[in-house]
Design a binder for this molecule. Structure first.
Ligand SMILES: [Zn+2]
Length: 122
């Protein structure tokens, strides 16, 4: 029973930590609402080839971010959507005022500092 409870707790924890729980497809930038749900990621363009990923920074500032997904542009990001869970590559590095640097993996936000801490401990 202890094992099942531990597995269940881990599973629930994983769900709770998933930041991006909603992916919304829109045609143009003007279709992105002025106020976004904290857990929403908007993809602008055609569903098969979105041009922008728009979301509010997961930190408390909630600054609006728009990542260019057009591969010929620089900088640009690659978006992978599996079962509605976005993965973004490379990392998102915001340097406006304070710095926010994180990976988005399977809808989860992984801070780069946390990731490097884990690497050091190994
Ligand atoms: Zn931020």
């Amino acid at each position: 029973m202890g094992l099942i409870r531990a597995l269940l707790r881990r599973w629930l924890g994983a769900i709770q930590r998933r930041h991006f729980r909603q992916v919304v497809f829109v045609t143009t930038m003007a279709d992105v609402p002025g106020e976004l749900s904290r857990h929403a990621l908007y993809l602008v363009g055609s569903p098969s080839r979105p041009k922008w990923a728009v979301f509010d920074c997961p930190c408390t500032d909630r600054q609006r971010l728009a990542l260019d997904l057009t591969q010929t542009h620089y900088p640009s990001w690659r978006l992978d959507l599996r079962r509605g869970r976005p993965t973004i590559w490379p990392s998102v590095d915001v340097r406006a005022g304070k710095r926010c640097h994180y990976f988005v993996r399977d809808g989860r936000v992984i801070n780069v500092n946390d990731a490097s801490d884990r690497r050091v401990r190994r």
